[in-house]
Design a protein around this ligand. Structure first.
Ligand code: COS
Length: 381
């Protein structure tokens, strides 16, 4: 792929660095961690050592403040090597951007510099067993008692919840108020009454841990409340408006990797006395895959550049970018497996993993049905 012409020199250099680390230090571990369903320790360490954890953090708090397009570029490169590692990587800004958006200066100073260096790991916990797409229907309660809030309830599908040092947890002061009762808290590892529950056994991104969280009379200091009471739902949504293009970029990375694998195989694989890439049936598949990948990249970059330009209220473009790139990842990986034929269905080739990993892209950070609800709402309002 030609490098997008509009990248700045810094973005270009960052992209090259991310690609190098992803190819040399993440990709070689991907199949092993997937097979073992093990935390991608070495891959995460490689990303932290290369300074990639600090790119979304402002300079005042120890980061490089490179912005949303930079984040998308890095996510694409990591996911092309290992989507589970990419998911872990994106969890740091997903959990940390609420601090950027709503944290007090004290909270920013306490957490952001160590999130930028990777000394602290982070997570974001919105979903619950009975509140997935209907996030405003969450039931984990928070009751103010003196200088603490007491949390009770359970969360589900929390990426990195078992490794995070601090988790942005959304709870409600009054479930009957739905979105207007939701309040965000920074829950630190080791807080009495907080425990990590069941770890899911998943179809894809198997090296990225997905766990339940339990809160039983868990007293969280009022100083760890993020933003005002009742402002948590908007904070959750504003965060997703920034991270959804990066989630799209994870799908894009998988799709790009699948496309490259399919092109390589189409040139090598001989049938009927010629490479299968000489058949128009295969050529048309590859061309459609390439167009969808290119369109995904443009949509993601457009939305990320909106964020970098300080444009808020970009839910429409964020949902489009995430949805289109995720659907593309699914379609392109299915087609890549098809081009590989019987070989593609085996674990000898990475396209099998790409296809399993692609599926979650249509589900997490808001299902693609929810993205379409957001898009349609904007159209019809
Ligand atoms: N930015 C800022 N505010 C937003 C917003 C956004 N992107 N989206 C909604 N809001 C505000 C609304 O303006 C409304 O504010 P008021 O109470 O002042 O009117 C409030 O939040 C509630 O919004 P809404 O009525 O649209 O909420 P719904 O319950 O209808 O839910 C959806 C909206 C479905 C879009 C939301 O629940 C959602 O995104 N669900 C998916 C959750 C998700 O992504 N889960 C994955 C977790 S991350 S792995």
């Amino acid at each position: 792929m030609n490098e997008p012409f509009y990248l700045t020199d810094d973005q270009r250099m960052l992209r090259h660095l991310a690609r190098k680390i992803a190819r040399e230090r993440v990709a070689p571990n991907a199949a092993r961690y997937d097979e073992a369903e093990a935390y991608p320790e070495d891959s995460i360490r490689a990303l932290i050592e290369s300074g990639l954890y600090g790119i979304w953090v402002p300079e005042a708090y120890g980061g490089n403040a490179m912005g949303a397009l930079a984040l998308a570029l890095v996510c694409e490169e990591i996911a092309a090597a290992c989507a589970a590692t990419g998911t872990q990587y994106l969890d740091q800004p997903l959990g940390g951007i609420p601090i950027l958006l709503a944290g007090t200066d004290e909270q920013k100073k306490r957490f952001l510099p160590r999130l930028a260096t990777g000394e602290l790991l982070c997570a974001y916990s919105l979903s619950e067993p009975a509140a997935g797409s209907d996030a405003a229907g969450l039931k984990t309660t928070a009751v103010r008692k003196g200088d603490h809030y007491v949390l009770n309830g359970s969360k589900q599908w929390c990426t990195n919840g078992d490794h995070a040092d601090v988790i942005t947890v959304f709870a409600t002061l009054d479930p009957s108020k739905r979105a207007r009762g939701v309040t965000a808290f920074l829950v630190e590892k080791g807080t009495p009454g907080f425990s990590v529950g069941k770890k899911e056994r998943k179809m894809g991104i198997r090296a990225s841990p997905t766990v339940a969280l339990h809160f039983s009379d868990c007293a969280v200091p009022a100083a760890n409340r993020l933003g005002a009471e009742g402002e948590g739902f908007k904070l959750a949504m504003r965060t997703l408006d920034i991270t959804r293009p990066a989630t799209g970029a994870l799908g894009l990375g998988i799709a790009q990797a699948a496309l490259e694998a399919a092109v390589g195989y189409a040139k090598e694989r001989q049938q009927f006395g010629q490479p299968i890439g000489a058949f128009q049936g295969i050529q048309f598949m590859l061309a459609d895959m390439a167009m969808a990948v290119h369109a995904s990249r443009l949509m993601i970059h457009y939305c990320a550049r909106q964020v970098d330009a300080g444009i808020t209220g970009n839910a429409y473009e964020a949902s489009m970018a995430k949805c289109f790139a995720a659907d593309t990842a699914m379609k392109v990986t299915i087609d890549a497996v098809q081009i590989f034929g019987g070989y593609g269905y085996t674990r000898e080739f990475p396209v099998e993993r790409y296809m399993r990993d692609a599926k979650i892209m249509q589900i997490y950070e808001g299902t693609n049905q929810i993205q379409r609800v957001v898009i349609a709402k904007e159209l019809l309002e």
